[in-house]
Every structure is written in C-alpha cells, then in structure tokens.
Design a protein around this ligand. Sequence first.
Ligand code: TNX
Length: 502
Amino acid sequence: MTLALVPYPASLLVSDTPPFRLTPDVAISGDPAASAELSRLLLVRTGLSPALAETGPVELRIVTGGVSESYTLSVTSTGIRLSGSDAAGLFYGVQTLGQLLRRDDLGWSVPAVEIEDAPRFAYRGAMLDVARHFFPVSVVKGFIDRAAALKLNHLHLHLTDDQGWRLHLDARPRLTEMASDTVVGGGPGGFYTKADYRDLVAYAASRHVTVVPEIDVPGHTHAVALAYPEIAEAPVLSDHVLEVVESYGGAAPAAGEPYSGMAVGFSSLKIHDEATYDFLADVFGELAALTPGPYLHVGGDEALGTAPDDFAEFMARATALVADLGKIPLTWHEAGAAPGLDPATVGQYWGLTHPTDSSADAARSFARNGSSVILSPADAVYLDMKYDTDTPLGLTWANGPTSVERSYSWEPATLIAGIGDHDILGVEAPLWTETTSTAADLDIMAFPRITSAAEIAWSPAPGASTERTWTSFRQRIGALAPLWTLSGIGFFRSPEIDWITE
Ligand code: TNX
C-alpha cells in the first residue's frame, strides 16, 4: 500500500497491525501550538474536535537534538507519538498526520506506521508576484498556509516590478503614492502598509515560513521611474519589447505613464548617478529593518537595457549594500555573470532544465564564489506556465506548456553540470501573475504542480527512495484531492491524475 504522503518521507515503515482509531472523545496532549494545528486539521478533515488534555493517546512533543526541521512519528492501535526536533519539525509531523487520516466503515483512523523524516534541502520556497497583480493580505496568508502544509519554508514576495510598487516605505513615500495603483491589464492595484507587511511576516513565521522580500533592480523599475524620474532611464523600446507589445496587446511603455502591459527588459535605473545608490540605501535599509529573515532579494534579471559593465558595477554595489545591512543578498542568475558581486550572494537559477551555456555559467559562478544556488528551472517549476494548450490562464514561453509530469521529472543534483547537492541551497517554485488576478487563479495554477517542487525540495533523491517515481507521485497526489477540497484549495483537475473522490 502506498500512503498518500506528499512530500514523501525520508523513511516510512507501514505495519499490517490495526490502525489507531479516532473516537469523538480522543484527546491530544503536549506542545500547545502543534496541538492547536492538529485540532484544526482534524476538524477540517474529519469534523471531529478533539479535547486538549494533559495526557492522552496522542502526544506531540519537541525533543531537541535531531536534525533541524525533522520529526519522528510512531502510530500503533493504542496511540500516536510525534516528536519534532524543533517547532518546525513538529509542525511538519502534524501535516504528515493530516495526510494519513482515512475513513472506513468503522470511522476515521490513522494507519500503523513508523516514520523518520527530515528535509533534503534547507531552502524550500514558493514565490508570489504581487507586482503584476496585487493580492490582499488575506490571499497571501492563504498562499502561506498552502505552502507550509507541503513543508515549504520560504515565501519569496516579488514586491516591485514595472507595473507597480507594493510596499509603503516611509523614506520613499512617493513609491506607493505614485506607482501602486495599476496592474497588468489596467485594473486597480494596491500596496501593503508596513503594518500589513509585519502582519504577513509574523503570520508566515507562525507557519514556519520565512519571508524573502524582493526589490527588483536595476531593470523592472518602470514604477520607480513614475515616483522618482530623476534616477531612471527612459524606456528602451527594443525589437523584443515591441514584439511582446504586439502579441499581448496594450500600449508600449512610455516615460511618465503607468505601465499595464507584459513586456519586460525596457526599464533601468541610472547606473552612474549617486542618487540611485542613495535610493537603494533608503529602500534596502528600511526593508532590512522590517524583515527578520536572513535574505534580501535584489532581482537583477532581464536588465536588457543595461550594458554588461554597467550591470556589473550596479550589482556589485547593490549586493554590497545588502551585505552591509547584515542580510544575505539573493539575485536571479544573470547577476552571476557580473564580477564583483558580494561573495555571499546566493543565485536563483531560472533557466531551463536543459540549460544554455550562459545561464549554466552564470549559475556556476555563485558556487565558485563559495556561495550557493536556489533552483527554479522555468520549464519545470514556473507555476505560471499553462498545463496544456487548452489551459485558459498562463504563459508558454518556457518550452511550451508544463504538464504535472514535467513539473515532477527533474533532479536538482544533475540539473546543471558542476552544481551538486552541496552547492544547492534549495528549490523554489515561482508564481508570476501576469495572467492571474484572484485567489482561485493562484490555486488552479499552483495545484498540483507546487507539490512536485515541494517533494523535490524535501524528499530523498529518486535513487534513495522507491516511491520517488512519477507513478507513485501521481497516485499519491490523486489521493489528496479530498483533503485539498476540504481545505478550500481549488486545484486543477489535470487529466494526468486519477483524482480520488469521497
Ligand atoms: C520571466 S523569471 C521573468 C518575469 C516574468 C516571467 C513570466 C524572471 C527572473 N523574470 O519577469 O514574470 O518570466 O513567466
């Protein structure tokens, strides 16, 4: 029997002894936060509301000393014992328990198992682009819930782009005053107040998720140009930009006008003007003070209007500013080509699963500097790609549509020659939002493909686990449909999967 666990645990023994039966008077004891989370999941899945008690057959405890984020779960007919090496590990064990719940003629039960589980990679992320479309705090919290339930532990927020600036900063108030009220397609935009942002960071922390804010520079800065035109270059209308305008519609980008189209690579900050670096110091400084997590993402992608030498000079200064603030700079992989980056800079690879020379070289340079990479191969983990040609939402630039099977069928350690397990900080699935504007849109693009990224980031490599196969995976996610439905997740009913109904 294959249990419907996603991501699949590092080690799992299923016994053929009787399961633990959940009765209406079942009591949960131990760690209060984990008990509350298990009660919530039990209520969602079974309708039972267990009592929280001093002692009982279901015990949830932190037992320090193990690998960080790990847990062990032991289920017999007489009880459930879950211990986490830390609060995150315990939380992940609870999520596993939630996936193990099943119903037969006698009611709800948990099968007798022994699980020892720990993550393969330390950084397991999802990205939400709140710049192309703006999503209110409540929707972002829902996205955090979905990610955390899959043992993802970082939320990268793409807070700024040509179409809008989404975080109020006291030092530069014009950014949200002048440049936050449009989105792709021209609808209303929005922005987070500092209180909203703090609320999101705290909520994420309660789900063991670290927020990674991104301020994308020096390109993707048309919104900055609306607020502070003195530090921005005029839009560069290359043939590529004009082609995108032609095929997706909307007006070409124009200085001083909000941009609501889908072209990229036309905007740049002024590289040789000290006022630009004063701006970066203000923005990164205030953002670093608001952000407890270790990373600050400075973008660096698709700066197509910026000459390579200028780009290198700019990225060196931008990453040094972040490092001086005590944060670890993160950039998209293009910045790896620039000499002089702060050596701690982590690169995020967004090339294809069969890399071109330049993207692979750029990614390798982070490892050469003694730092590491986060893998986001666009034709596997970009959640904004169509599933198939009929998918109403989404794009196809990353090698055509991305089926669920393709999202699952790649291996980090063999993706880029010269980048092995020890160079890989982790895996992240980005959800760009040019074509998505509602919480339902996010769900349908993310689910089920986000589960592929979660399993690749958490579970042992395919060679180290017999269940790390597409055949096993498709069966396991199919069996999670009832849990997702009860959790309010409107997933895409991909015909690649046999979805279980209850
Ligand atoms: C490429 S990936 C981009 C984004 C777009 C995305 C759409 C990356 C670093 N840049 O600006 O939103 O494609 O799929």
